[in-house]
Design a binder for this molecule. Structure first.
Ligand code: BG6
Length: 523
């Protein structure tokens, strides 16, 4: 690993002059002219997320005035058909209402290019096309490539982009950047291999590894909450915190993505990226400044400090499960093994929970519980910080209601933060009751929270990598999780690992906490 990092060291020092990620957008730099090229334009992500996000950026005046977007895909289609299709997607998925005038203005900048990204012949032709668009739109040769393709295509596409000079040397004044969708590898070795391949053709500061959780408002707010409020920092450590819990619960199943999920499983799909990002933000030390590197330096230290598990610890501290048939919102749903493109004896996990430990001064001794799952009773992502109880001298003795304090970050839905503390019940008795102090984004700011992809695409155009995973973050996360994946792959699921859809996972997940006299906070 060391050698690897040394090899990269000239490339990892990037974005020192990066923009303050927490400023209001109108205080940030004006984005430079550029063409955004989406590989995999006929895919689900493009229509559901990327195009509506770019549309809303345009509506909010956040795109550079000199801008064009090109969708590249294999299907035979002309520009008009592509634009009509994308307009329909915007109408369906945009967070703001789409008006005819805005849709027309948007499609003036939207193009389609038919081609197979496996074929060398595509690239010189595409290059000519983009140069033509430069002339028309004044985009000055700047390029942002979005690889919304299967991961196996990342390396070949980037090799060809480099070979045909669609990505430039970092020393040039015009820029070329590449956004890579997850998954970044499927274990520690493959991620390292992928990184080594990418770094032959790109510098680290040209690679934007997307994790859309980092674009969520509530996730960005974790830094503001922790480091701009003096109230909490003093108690954010093992002296006061009893335990941390992070839950990413979804009521949906695999949404027709059987092929994809069979090669992934929940640990790779959610835990390796989204959940580990939440963990590093809630547990990191204060960065020395708000540059991309300073923030990511601190985040990666958290992941590097995770206690590594041996086989016995994996069996004790990591729980997996797979959903059976059951009910969601009163409606019957099928078992994972009955989903299309899923093997009848599939061993893939749709639920994972781990009890982990960060071995550093701040967190030593504080149990951390994480869980994520599909087909749970509801959609809810929360981080819960539970504080130690006060000494058992005054109120505990008399009142069972006396509860520990909690700070709860509701990442979604009902985005907000609440604090739980004890209060005296009015009246002549000394009864105690836990109460909540609640902040909700929607009530307070009174405007819709932008979609994660809006912020991330905007930042990539600006060249700000703060909200993207740096290579060492991704590798550290894989290093921690790979032994768990290997252990699970070596043992078949057992009867008790299967949970009915619409329940909170296999029963052993409660035992992870109960044996330490704790409980999951209900979602
Ligand atoms: C994606 C996963 O990265 O995140 C999906 O591949 C998951 O399986 C999705 O459903 C959850 O995202 P969100 O923003 O709906 O919480």
């Amino acid at each position: 690993m060391d050698t690897f990092y040394n090899m990269q060291s000239d490339q990892v020092v990037v974005n020192r002059l990066s923009i303050n990620p927490l400023k209001e957008t109108d205080q940030r730099d004006t984005p430079s002219p550029c063409i955004l090229v989406i590989f995999g334009a006929s895919g689900d992500l493009t229509g559901r997320k990327l195009i509506p996000a770019i549309y809303n950026l345009m509506k909010d005046g956040q795109l550079p005035p000199h801008f064009a977007c090109v969708g590249v895909a294999r299907r035979e289609k002309n520009r008009e058909a592509f634009c009509t299709e994308m307009q329909e997607h915007i109408q369906k998925f945009s967070r703001t209402k789409a008006t005819t005038a805005d849709l027309e203005a948007f499609t003036e900048k939207l193009y389609y290019y038919k081609g197979d990204f496996q074929e060398d012949t595509l690239y010189p032709e595409l290059d000519k096309f983009l140069q033509e668009l430069d002339k028309k739109h004044g985009t000055k040769g700047n390029r942002l490539f979005y690889l919304s393709t299967p991961p196996s295509s990342f390396t070949p596409i980037i090799e060809k982009l480099k070979k045909y000079r669609l990505v430039y040397d970092i020393s040039e004044t015009r820029f070329s950047r590449v956004i890579i969708e997850k998954p970044f590898g499927h274990d520690n070795k493959s991620a390292l291999l992928l990184q080594n391949e990418l770094s032959k053709n790109l510098s680290e500061n040209q690679i934007y590894r997307i994790d859309h959780y980092l674009g969520k408002e509530t996730v960005q707010n974790l830094l503001v909450f922790r480091f701009s409020n003096s109230l909490f920092e003093g108690v954010w450590n093992n002296r006061y915190v009893d335990n941390l819990q992070i839950s990413v619960a979804e009521s949906i199943g695999i949404e027709g993505r059987g092929n994809f999920f069979e090669g992934q499983g929940l640990l790779r799909d959610i835990v390796q990226n989204h959940l580990m990002q939440l963990l590093s933000l809630v547990a990191m030390e204060p960065p020395t400044n708000l540059s991309a590197e300073a923030i990511r330096d601190e985040k990666v230290k958290v992941l590097q400090s995770l206690q590594r598990f041996n086989e016995e610890q994996i069996e004790n501290f990591a729980v997996r499960g797979q959903y059976k048939e059951g009910f969601i919102d009163g409606e019957p749903v099928i078992a994972y093994r009955s989903e299309p493109h899923v093997k009848k004896d599939s061993q893939i996990e749709t639920f994972a929970a781990i009890r982990l430990q960060i071995e550093n001064w701040r967190w030593a001794g504080v149990p951390i519980y994480i869980r994520a799952g599909k087909r749970l009773p509801k959609r809810s992502t929360e981080i819960v910080v539970t504080f130690k109880r006060t000494p058992n001298i005054l109120f505990h003795k008399h009142d069972k209601n006396n509860a520990p304090n909690q700070v709860i970050f509701r990442i979604q839905p009902n985005e907000g933060i609440s604090m739980k503390f004890n209060s005296k019940v009015p009246g002549s008795t000394n009864l105690i009751q836990p109460v909540n102090m609640d902040f909700q984004y929607a009530n307070y700011f009174g405007k819709a929270v932008p979609e994660a992809y809006e912020r991330l695409i905007y930042d990539a155009i600006l060249g700000d990598g703060t909200l993207f995973a740096r290579v060492d973050e991704s590798l550290s996360s894989w290093e921690f999780l790979t032994p768990i994946l290997q252990s699970w792959a070596s043992r078949p699921l057992e009867e008790e690992d299967f949970y009915p859809s619409g329940t909170w996972g296999p029963t052993s997940v409660d035992y992870l906490l109960r044996r330490e006299h704790k409980n999951w906070k209900p979602l």
